[in-house]
Design a binder for this molecule. Structure first.
Ligand code: ADQ
Length: 743
């Protein structure tokens, strides 16, 4: 309404001004025209009646003259007529000649254009015309015309003009209002989108083709520029964030407020174990849980995992859910139950006898069985169903963890097409030739390409994945943006190097380093100044434990001064002992330790102390703090968190890290002594260098490594994935709104 008035009001004002200025002008003009016409008419009448009047005068028939005048004035416009023979004579007049006009004052009315005389019935025009005949030299005719018809006509004209202008005004107003409404709406939506930050520049920044085709070429250049700036700003912004559980929570708050977040992993963040009458809660030491738990707490999400604790079933509700953490419940674990056959086929079989050796180049042949694959498919489907049941919205953010769920992204995508699915592959991705061994190669690739984002630890693994896709399936690979387009959906392949929590829990660093050194040495019956090396791993053939032992043996061969002076403690957690390859590996490791110790027996403390058991993180940190060196000799490892944990444990800036070049961590920690674990001599030399390294050099190297781990901690790993998911969702929302393609 207000809007319409804004446009109609000025129009009405303009029209009113026209009516008040133009109409009187028109009045005056028409009056002058009519007076001139009537004057001419008067002359015509005067000339016409002159002769009959003269005849009647000559016959001196005065009464006939009056009748004659009365007859003439029947004309509706000729109001009266009169004749004066002389100024002093008596006038001969028709009925209605106004009394103010008489022969004595005729001069007053004489003139070329006639005179206006107001009267009760309207204005009259008085014209005085001399007789042209010599028979009446002083005679003058008086003709009075009724001018009221002019007023009527003028009124009528004004009325028509008024209606005309009113109509015109209405039409113009209507058109104005319609145009105004349309452009107003355009402006309003423009303003609104500007307020929302969706102006033209925003469209460009968001990578969306602007609505105006003429801007498209400029837009492309600008979009490229904006993307570059965005990447730079992102890098700068990330550097400025101190990554912590709090920053993760605040990202969640600012970027993903109210979103539905679901994590899927094989292992649960909390296990309920029966211990006699009591139920104990176990929290597996895992970087994954450390990183994802703050997110789950902040968004009250759902964590779907295999319920593997002995008392897991006893504590869940009828939907198989249990609220955790036990001390202050903040999110739900949804447990998925697996039968023994399912676990054997999906977990031990296809995942750990098939995919694990397939992806790790550790020279253990993968075993692929159709029965295992069938269970793998069935279990992935079971988890996909759980995701669909647990999602509160049509477009949850689902974080799928690891190689146990290669098929899950596609299965979820089929059910929830709008979900943002981030799959993270924690192990290496091999080259295409190695991956081609897998009989269900294409299904695995297609399953993973159901993800919106697929993450690996290193760019090398991203490259291998993209090469594999390019080689084996019909997909469009864009190596510039590192995206794969398959089945009409886009998967971004990204590097997210995992890490550990920083700073480590205070409890881990509570015991001073000198105390750790002395207590560990005492426990192992070693002299106080004895040199100590440490290795901490799952007892897995990919970790290169045998290669490590071989290198220790070589060190003692090449540098016998270390015999009885140096001991290496290997803490090895039993793992996957249901698999023959692992049992065989454990036997080999044990035998090798025994053989090497036997070889140097009687020459002081043993070179190797092997502890095949799980240790609490606090105990592991104590070993790390007590050691002079830590040796990570993986034959192939996605990242290797042990290397980063050792660095985190050394707040005294002492100790040397020897790190296999085949770990993801080697790309981030070049200040470690980087070795090829297959080269025993090189590894032995590295150990000798480590044992003799000056404390200043140890400090310099350790400082640099600690700086990196602090900056690229596990919260950054999770935060970057969430930020990318948030950006992706913003972009897809915009595409939904505009229905346009992203370049
Ligand atoms: P893992 O192969 O398990 O992880 P790693 O990254 O080194 O390898 O993590 C092992 C974890 O287990 C560490 O936190 C370590 O402290 C702990 N651990 C090892 N031995 C232990 C013991 N005896 N007792 C208690 N705890 C022990 C997979 C990939 C890696 C990748 C991680 C994370 O193989 O390459 O870094 O996932 O993505």
């Amino acid at each position: 309404m207000k809007l319409s008035l804004r446009f109609v009001l000025p129009l009405i004002l303009v029209l009113a001004a026209i009516a008040y200025i133009v109409a009187p002008l028109v009045d005056q003009l028409t009056l002058r025209w009519f007076m001139r016409d009537l004057d001419m008419r008067s002359s015509l009448i005067a000339n016409t009646i002159q002769q009959p009047l003269l005849d009647l005068l000559e016959a001196d028939r005065k009464s006939r003259i009056v009748d004659f005048f009365n007859n003439i004035t029947k004309d509706e416009r000729l109001y009266a007529i009169g004749y004066c023979a002389s100024p002093a004579g008596k006038e001969l007049v028709s009925r209605s000649l106004p009394s103010v006009i008489h022969c004595a004052n005729l001069d007053r009315w004489a003139g070329s254009n006639g005179h206006l005389l107001p009267s009760a019935q309207g204005p009259l025009l008085v014209s005085v015309l001399p007789m042209t005949s010599s028979a009446a030299p002083e005679g003058r005719l008086v003709l009075v015309h009724d001018m009221s018809f002019i007023t009527h006509r003028s009124e009528e004209t004004k009325r028509y003009l008024f209606y005309f202008f009113m109509g015109l005004a209405l039409v113009i107003s209507l058109i104005t209002v319609i145009v105004a409404q349309l452009s107003w709406r355009g402006w309003m939506s423009g303003v609104r989108s500007l307020l929302r930050g969706e102006g033209l520049l925003w469209q460009l920044a968001a990578g969306v083709q602007p609505s105006m085709p003429e801007f498209k070429p400029i837009a492309r250049d600008l979009q490229r520029l904006v993307r570059e700036l965005e990447a730079e700003t992102r890098a700068r912004d990330e550097d400025q964030i101190t990554w912590s559980p709090e920053s993760l929570r605040s990202i969640l708050h600012s970027e993903l407020r109210g979103e539905d977040i679901i994590v899927v992993s094989n292992r649960e963040p909390y296990l309920h174990q029966r211990a006699g009458e009591r139920i104990e809660i176990q929290r597996p030491a895992s970087g994954l849980v450390t990183a994802l738990e703050p997110i789950m707490r902040a968004c009250s999400g759902t964590w779907i995992a295999h319920g593997s604790g002995t008392a897991d079933r006893e504590v869940v509700d009828k939907h198989d859910r249990v609220a955790v953490p036990p001390e202050k419940p903040a999110y739900q674990i949804r447990r998925v139950w697996l039968s023994q056959e399912e676990e054997a086929g999906y977990y031990y079989g296809f995942s750990n006898e098939g995919l694990w050796p397939l992806c790790h180049i550790a020279h253990v042949r993968p075993t692929f069985r159709t029965s295992d694959w069938d269970q793998y498919v069935a279990v992935n489907r079971k988890f996909a169903k759980a995701v669909v049941t647990e999602s509160r919205t049509k477009n949850p953010i689902v974080l799928v963890q690891d190689y146990h769920f290669a098929l899950l992204p596609k299965m979820i995508r089929d059910e929830l097409p709008d979900a943002t699915i981030i799959a993270f592959w924690h192990i290496p991705w091999p080259n295409p030739e190695s991956f081609a061994i897998c009989p269900w190669r294409d299904q695995v690739l297609e399953g993973l390409l159901g993800s919106s984002i697929l993450g690996f630890h290193t760019q090398f693994h991203c490259n291998n994945f993209v090469d594999t896709v390019d080689r084996f399936i019909e997909a469009r690979v864009d190596r510039e943006s590192f995206t794969v387009s398959f089945g009409g959906k886009l998967t971004a392949v990204r590097r997210y190097p995992i890490s550990i929590a920083w700073p480590p829990e205070a409890e881990m660093l509570q015991k001073p380093v000198p105390d750790c050194r002395s207590s560990i040495r005492q426990m192992l019956n070693l002299p106080a100044a004895h040199k100590l090396g440490i290795g901490v791993d799952r007892l897995d053939y990919t970790k290169g434990i045998m290669e490590r032992f071989r290198a220790i043996e070589r060190l003692l061969e090449l540098n016998p001064e270390w015999i009885g002076q140096f001991t290496f403690v290997q803490v090895a957690a039993p793992t996957r002992s249901g698999i023959e390859e692992y049992r065989h590996h454990e036997t080999q490791v044990r035998e090798m330790a025994i053989r090497i110790n036997a070889r140097f027996d009687g020459k002081g403390p043993p070179p190797i102390v092997l502890k095949v058991e799980y240790h609490e993180p606090r105990e592991i940190y104590e070993y790390f703090r007590a050691a002079d060196l830590c040796f990570v000799s993986s034959l192939h490892d996605g990242m290797n968190l042990v290397a980063k944990e050792f660095v985190a444990a050394r707040d005294d800036n002492r100790g040397v890290l020897i790190l296999s070049q085949f770990t993801g961590a080697a790309r981030e920690l070049p200040e470690a002594l980087i070795v090829n674990p297959y080269d025993a001599d090189q590894c032995a030399a590295a150990m000798h260098i480590a044992l003799t390294m000056p404390t200043e050099e140890q400090r310099d190297r350790m400082r640099l490594m600690r700086g990196l781990v602090a900056e690229f901690n596990v919260f950054r790993w999770a935060g970057r994935m969430l930020l990318d998911a948030a950006a992706m969702r913003r972009r897809s929302r915009l595409i939904d709104k505009t229905g346009r393609e992203v370049t």
